[in-house]
Design a protein around this ligand. Structure first.
Ligand SMILES: *Cc1c(COP(=O)(O)O)cnc(C)c1O
Length: 362
């Protein structure tokens, strides 16, 4: 068996020990006589899985007791609507920071429901940096402020947590959750699609401060009402059972490595290897500003669209998969989430050096 180094932005690599355990438990989960895929979500054996998954996530992220953890479906994109439906209920105002495509989509979706303002944007610079905002930039009566913490497509990350004072801060953390420790208490809501750093596609995790529950607008679909989901322990309907099981294995894997501090150290080491190489030469250019660099998604270009294309296809032949940049930015993007081994980044840098030597620019 030969495993590829898969640099996909998502769905992306899962840790080998997780895949192996899932394989070993595939047809008969712990003498239950069935796969986790086949069991009732109301059965005691499954209830144990989801209860443990939540407890483990709380432990890994040090989630304070006054926060609920929800295991939902619909992807981060459904949260673009769920957030305003649940929170836009006092002044009906919300402030958004536009740092990329996903935050822009979230902003556009929220506009259906109220007075939604873009307080800062880096669009003019093709989202190559994360705007810096101060408390004074927000409307004091806003119901919430929304950010996308790591911009998967552009390869940028917030180098700071915006100070919003008493206004709840809502963060899309789809592509950076579990990559390093975050102070959850700084946020009102954190949401993340699981397929970047946590589990297969199909699960969305929402972490919400309890005082923000029960404010949903009356037209909110029942399934999108955070309070309904919280009151029903994420089992108002059938939850994404198998994804939650894999997420639980991933949480155990992170704890086994030493938790998020250790995870961060590994991720820094990988990202530094790649960025240090990028900074040491001129063949490739990293287009985003240094202070906004993402630790999870690293973007670079040769400056020649034909060479970029050749790079991605030759890399793929070497088992370095999915390095083509997002269609809206071009170039290359290496997504180096938690499950990407250090050796994968080493192999990428070696290939980059070789490619640059063999393909001199005109
Ligand atoms: C991938 C991604 C999304 C979209 O997630 P879906 O689960 O496909 O809806 C939204 N935000 C960020 C930051 C992402 O990386």
């Amino acid at each position: 068996m030969k495993r590829a180094y898969n640099f996909s932005a998502g769905p992306s690599m899962l840790p080998m020990p997780v895949l192996q355990q899932a394989a070993a438990e595939m047809v008969d989960y712990q003498n239950s006589g069935m796969s986790v895929m086949e069991m009732s979500h109301r059965s005691p054996v499954y209830e144990k899985i989801i209860t443990e998954a939540e407890a483990l996530l709380r432990e890994v992220m040090e989630i304070p007791d006054n926060y609920k953890v929800l295991f939902l479906q619909g992807g981060a994109s459904t949260q673009f609507a769920a957030v305003p439906l649940n929170l836009l209920s006092n002044s009906g105002k919300a402030d958004y920071i536009l740092s990329g495509q996903f935050s822009t989509k979230a902003y556009q979706e929220a506009q259906k429901y109220g007075d939604v303002k873009a307080v800062a944007s880096s669009k003019e610079a093709n989202f190559s940096f994360v705007p810096v905002v101060q408390k004074e930039d927000f409307r004091s009566d806003a119901d919430y402020v929304h950010i996308c913490f790591n911009n998967t497509i552009y390869g940028t990350k917030f180098p700071y947590i915006p100070d919003t004072g008493d206004i709840p801060l809502v963060a899309d953390m789809s592509s950076c959750i579990l990559s390093e420790p975050f102070d959850v208490s700084r946020f009102g809501v954190i949401y993340a699609g699981a397929q970047k750093n946590m589990a297969p596609a199909g699960l969305t995790v929402v972490i919400i401060r309890e005082d923000l529950l029960g404010k949903a607008r009356k037209e909110t679909p029942t399934m999108l009402d955070y309070k309904v989901q919280a009151d029903n322990q994420s089992m108002y309907n059938t939850p994404p059972c198998y994804c939650i099981y894999i997420a639980k294995l991933v949480y155990e894997w992170i704890l086994g490595l030493g938790g998020l501090k250790a995870m961060k150290a590994q991720n820094e080491k990988k990202a530094n290897l790649l960025y240090d190489y990028l900074d040491s030469q001129t063949y490739y250019v990293a287009p985003v500003s240094k202070e906004s660099r993402s630790m999870m998604n690293v973007t670079f270009v040769t400056g020649d669209a034909e060479l970029d294309k050749k790079f991605a296809s030759e890399a793929s032949e070497r088992g370095l998969k999915n390095l083509k940049g997002h269609r809206s930015v071009g170039g290359m993007r290496a997504s180096i989430y938690n499950a990407m081994p250090y050796e994968g980044v080493e192999a990428l840098v070696a290939f980059m050096k070789e490619f640059a030597e063999k393909n001199p620019k005109a």
